[in-house]
Design a protein around this ligand. Sequence first.
Ligand SMILES: [Zn+2]
Length: 400
Amino acid sequence: MHCFCSICGSTDFEQLADFGLSPIAGDYLSSSTPRHQYPLNVVICKSCCHAELSYKLSPDLLYGPGFSYVSRSSPGLLEYFSFIVNYTKKYLTSSSDSAWLDIGSNDSSLLDLAYKSGFITYGIEPSSAYIERAASPHEIINSYADSLAFKAFRGRKFDVISVLNTLSNTLDPLDLFKKLSENLSSNGILVVSTGLLDDICSGNIDYIYHEHNHYFSVSSLSALANASNLQLVDVQFNPQKGGSVLSVFSTIGRYPLHDPGSLIASDSRGYIDSYNASLSRFRSTIQLSVLPLLTRADSFDHVCVFGASQSVTSLLLKAHIPDQFSFYVDDNPAKLFTYSPLANRIVISTTLLVSLLESGKRILCIPGAWRFVDQWYRRWNLKNHPNLEVVTFKLFELNE
Ligand SMILES: [Zn+2]
């Protein structure tokens, strides 16, 4: 159970969200096995407006055999990485021995781009995602980002350290930040991409799942910087990964401090009110668009869900969509023919879906991955297929 804020140490919390029990959202398994359910409960610190899970699961449990995330499998991610590599030029004048360290370097997609741009490249990656790329120019340590991993770099200081879409997954972000601060060169920058609490409270509800232990506000990012001898110098909104922000940290006094600008709330009560309003909007959108169609489910041969990701598990759970669908459709090869954590349904490819449609089956599709459904239609030319009906809804406007 939760005792103190992971960022500022305060013991003063309020409840932000309680989703009861849930399976681990990314736990797609090769066999149909009943999953354990764990509490999914988010609290917010009244002092620094940092939100976090009150019950955090161990990484061994979260990233077990069912975990199959590969950077390249996420639509638009390479473009985003390319944007980040260019963005660092605003702060750095590159030299031939500038070093870039990527924490959670996964399949080295980002490091490939940094290397092309002239950096000496290093990574820390706990999963086996990097093994396939063994013949790469990067020095990768196969480990969690602990003291031992940093020792392996023999005191090397880094000009850029990136933590992209993994900070909210760590158990102890303050401990990580202190290590990063020690390993950053005096002119270096720390670049962090993470979901923002402001976005969750504005509607990004499906970002809340067990793999995300932490939900940062600009205020808690500043508190995190202060507690680790760094300062927050920039916060950039970008539409990737369902609305995450890119924040930049430097050593103290190196660049002007970030001006927080207009935030959705200035205190924890403001975040809670805004979150509650979003949750009602979210549920009424689902009630109006999905549930009426599901009452006609009997007139279809199958009901399926588009997308087999953590956010989709999260969306279905929070929307209380009944589990009367028979399979998921997702083209990530690692997910094919696995079974979903929610309802234990099999994942098939779009090719297989199309062959079912061609053989005359009538199929109703719920776009769990609603952000990518238009892209999917266009790519597979599904829009006017006479045997396919797709529920349409938008949980909020995407800034694309
Ligand atoms: Zn706090």
